[in-house]
Design a protein. Structure first.
Length: 132
């Protein structure tokens, strides 16, 4: 998968990114760094859902059909992410888990998942503060 989020610095009490454990379908294939959405109570998926809330950034790979039905997601830290359009420094950002890009939350009307730590042009990799 292209455009995975890349960990720069993790925050939290133990500098571990405040990982949360979610249920995930055994058949799902997820790469470390993919932005996952919530599809049910404490259930994460890579499937795009309109207006979805985000679970976090996958902290591990999840291989399909090996009997594993849980995954950890980072929820607190600084990550490199790809911008889908121009973003100003400090802008509240929203995520798109279909192609792993970020956008200015004000222009999309989507849920705020963090803030841009630098200005970005379309398709530029920038540092963002994720806080879910």
């Amino acid at each position: 998968m292209a455009n995975e989020w890349v960990k720069v610095e993790l925050y939290g009490a133990n500098n571990d990114g405040n990982p949360r454990r979610y249920t995930i379908a055994d058949g799902a294939s997820v790469s470390k760094g993919q932005l996952l959405s919530l599809v049910d109570a404490r259930t994460a998926s890579f499937a795009l859902a309109t207006g979805s809330m985000f679970a976090g950034v996958a902290a591990e790979d999840h291989l399909p059909s090996v009997g594993v039905t849980s995954i950890s997601c980072w929820t607190d830290g600084i990550f490199e992410a790809v911008a889908s359009d121009a973003i100003t420094i400090g802008a509240a950002i929203s995520g798109n888990n279909l192609n792993q890009v970020i956008a200015d939350a004000a222009s999309t009307g989507a849920a705020i998942i963090g803030y841009a730590l630098e200005a970005a042009a379309d398709a530029e990799v920038v540092n963002v503060r994720l806080r879910l």
